[in-house]
Design a protein around this ligand. Sequence first.
Ligand code: WT7
Length: 642
Amino acid sequence: MPFQIDSFDAYLKAQKESQSDPELFWSGIAKHFEWQKPFTEVLSGEMRDGSVRWFADGQINITENALDRHLKERGEQIALQWEPNDPSATSRSFTYRELHEAVSQFGNALRSLGVKKGERIVLYMPMVPELAIAVLACARIGAIHSVVFAGFSAQALSDRIEDAQAAMVITADEGMRGAKTVPLKSTVDEALKENTSVRNVIVKRVTSGKCTMVQKRDVWWEDVIENSGDESHCTPEIMNAEDMLFILYTSGSTGKPKGVVHTHGGYTVYAGYSFANVFQCQPGDVYWCSADIGWITGHTYIVYGPLLQGGTTVMFEGIPTYPDPGRYWAICEKYKVTQFYTAPTAIRALMACGDEHVERHNLETLRVLGSVGEPINEEAWHWYHQKVGQSKCPIVDTWWQTETGGIMISGLGNLSPQKPAHAGYPLPGIHPVLVDPQGTPIHANEKEGLLCIESPWPSMIRTTYGDHERCLNTYFRPFPGRYFTGDGAKRDKDGMYRVIGRVDDVINVSGHRFGTAEIESAINQTSGVIESAVVGCEHEIKGQGIYAFVICERAYEGSEALKMRSAIEAQVVLGIGKIARPDRIQIVEGLPKTRSGKIMRRILRKIASGDYERFGDTSTLLDPSVVAGIVDQARHLQSREQ
Ligand code: WT7
């Protein structure tokens, strides 16, 4: 079975083989990597009871595959190219040899601080090379990394540290994003106020280095490296294929965010395989993914995937509009980027800034453009295709999730047929199915259904950290024998998939995932608030915005209402972070509830989208007049804004 697919026919053949003999197919792919001990078992356990295991008797350390394996052939090739926030600051690059050395040094440093295999380390860092180095160093010594996006609040960070029972936090004094600096160390201090699990905090100096250091607990990055000796070799930990590699927290429809767990063996195989084929990366290519390493996209397609393939991965510290909206294209030109991967929200934001910012850059080297995070609308697709790709680059619209570990449905470079706003066909080895709410498969095309995955794949979620029941209930029990994605999708007449969006109470704001329940629980902590209901609403740039309906203790007028709304906003920023700040807050007198006390979100979604009439069957509502009240008020608010 060839690892690299080079034609659509080869794709069809691979897909067929993966269907008729999945174990033979995946063992062929897995043998492309270096194993500390070869596996004899390929697939064990089953989806029915959420017990799937891959290559379970094999041993493999992902970093030997991402780093050591390349030293001989491409030791002097650039592995990591870092571009600073400030375009006039010095960029930094690491060859495979240098990256191997930096990771080894930091791995030794972690060991010298007593970090043991299996311990959890939380990373709360800006997009500097040390973040990638720390991720890889954890994996090197078998510590389980859990990266928390640096835009989350102290409260959200603290929740994650507690859930993971982390032994260490790695952070920076501050981060730089556009014209702003983001405090990080002080946020960590705040998050650790009541913590008892964290022994040390390692701090990388990124800005002034001015921050309070707690004696005995806090150490500077440079100092730990110095004290661990300058040995540039760090023996990789022997890892069983099913040992945990990382935990990444993501939102669900209920409760607090859950820790999605991925393991060394299966994740290595699928991160490497999907990267090589979707982006059609060849040696010498310069690939850039503009995501943050705090999300799964950054894990799989900034750090692991490109390095497993021996590519050059670009890492950018800043934001798309700083110092001007041409920044992304300036970076593509500067490094002669060949594959570029970004999110529809960024494309829409840049599209709104005008074509001149793209047109003044030479984008000749681009060969493949990627999109991820949410459905890409046709307008943005065409702009991306014509203006950025100069109508010659295919767009790979990649559908996947934190839980899937890697891209599941997408074109493969220029090999696959493409259609705007369609993710297209599944990757080889991936077998999606659409089902109706009763779980009956929908075989006919041009029908909508709930998207499930029929057979196991190597990088699928293994568990939700510390709560396996939750994993079973969310993904494996809704449709026994299948993995349930939480998305609705449609297949067109040619069998190409279009993923429409979430069918649960998860909203996708600028490609970032939030549970409505999680935002509501933050809102409800505002003093004076009794109850709230959050739904997604259409948003021109973000895809979806956050619309909150809130019941307060009493009625507020004018400036008082304004104050209340800012208090609610502040509470969400405190509980989750700025990225979850509601776009609209409507203070209401009541919520549309059924006689059994359930909020009819369907009605609120309609109101939030400006549809004030077609509410469907409302006969189960306890008090239908509540709806009329909310609608009147929404109309009034809207007319005032226009
Ligand atoms: C949800 C997963 C893994 C990438 C980053 C987001 C939506 C993601 C697409 C796409 C339509 C998409 C889905 C999915 N989504 N990519 N190409 N087309 N929808 O990861 O935070 O785990 O969110 O993002 O709704 O379930 P995530």
